[in-house]
Design a protein around this ligand. Structure first.
Ligand SMILES: Nc1ncnc2c1ncn2[C@@H]1O[C@H](COP(=O)(O)OP(=O)(O)O)[C@@H](O)[C@H]1O
Ligand SMILES: [Mg+2]
Length: 315
């Protein structure tokens, strides 16, 4: 029983006219994990999640949720599944609590105490008696999670839960997903931020124009990641470039800022970059700035999902 997959989607395809929004993708989510579907805008993430919720039907392929398919079980597939697509909708002139009470009624009632529990879990207890109309976007998203939790799901599906949030909102949402995961809930979320998926997911499917560009664990992904890049500013770039000759694993090239300020782009394995930087400091070149340009996983994400590179190659 425990090895029944939360989600087992096989060969799922959906086209809208000429657009293949989802093209033969397979996604297996194990019970208890946090699974990320990552991809740039238009990759097909929402379309995939909408099929999971039965809002639209796949043209081909099958989607099993906890071992049940839409064809066999109809809406019964959604027993134990909750979440929201894009953003949750509430009545703005009612309070957060009233909105949840209304939803609980529509669902045939919830067990006593659950409403307060979920408000607490999403850290909305203090704001629960204020009108939703006055909530920030992040608070609405968290209330959306609370509304989903009222159904006491085994699988929570969140479509870009951190999209449009400010940095504090993003931090709170990530912390919330981690708390939910720690409680044993299976979470399937979509995102277009590699750092979010890296921070909170166990396994990931990276989508690119409807297809799977990568499938696997975050650890596998890290192993594939290119060397990190840095932007470096020194007091003597000529010497800094010359010193790079003794560090063959490190690439150092001139890469001025858009406004013409001189800078160097330094790429290489982290240890070797550290050794190189130590050597220029020992040679009395002053290090004025050293900043990472992209995390290796971000660089990998852009490599895997960048449309332009491939289209240029194809021309
Ligand atoms: N109802 C629809 N009708 C026509 N095209 C759609 C529809 N829904 C999505 N698409 C198209 O499918 C592709 C994938 O969209 P979507 O699943 O929303 O991507 P994502 O959520 O990853 O940003 C896009 O090219 C989008 O324009
Ligand atoms: Mg989307």
């Amino acid at each position: 029983m425990t090895d029944v997959l939360a989600v087992d989607a096989v060969g799922v395809t959906k086209t809208f006219g000429a657009v293949r929004a989802v093209d033969d993708i397979s996604v297996r989510v194990k019970a208890g994990e946090v699974y990320g579907v990552l991809g740039p805008n238009g990759a097909g993430k929402t379309t995939f999640l909408r099929m999971l919720f039965g809002l639209i039907r796949p043209d081909s392929g099958t989607i099993e949720v906890f071992g049940r398919t839409w064809d066999e079980a109809g809406v019964g597939v959604l027993d134990g599944v909750a979440g929201f697509i894009e953003s949750p909708k509430f009545y703005p002139y009612l309070t957060g609590r009233q909105n949840l009470e209304g939803l609980a009624l529509l669902d045939g009632g919830v067990r006593p105490g659950l409403l307060d529990e979920v408000l607490d879990l999403v850290e909305m207890t203090e704001r629960a008696d204020q009108k939703v109309g006055g909530y920030s976007y992040g608070m609405r998203q968290r209330l959306g999670v609370a509304a989903s939790l009222l159904r006491e799901p085994r699988l929570l599906v969140l479509d870009e839960p951190a999209n449009g949030l400010d940095p504090a909102g993003i931090r709170d949402m990530r912390a919330l997903v981690k708390r939910l995961a720690a409680s044993g809930l299976t979470v399937l979320l979509s995102s277009h931020h590699m750092d979010e998926v890296e921070e909170i997911c166990d396994n990931v499917t990276i989508m690119r124009r409807g297809s799977v560009a990568f499938h696997g664990s975050i650890a596998d992904l890290r192993a594939m990641a290119p060397d990190p890049g840095h932007r470096m500013v020194t007091s003597d770039d000529d010497r800094a470039v010359a010193l790079a000759a003794r560090h063959p694993a490190v690439s150092v090239v001139r890469d001025p800022d858009p406004d013409g300020r001189p800078a160097l782009a330094v790429t290489g394995p982290q240890r070797q970059v550290s050794g190189y930087v130590a050597s220029i400091v020992q040679a009395d070149v002053e290090l004025l700035e050293l900043t990472p340009t992209q995390t290796p996983l971000e660089a990998l994400f852009f490599m895997l999902t960048d449309d332009e590179t491939e289209m240029e190659g194809a021309r």
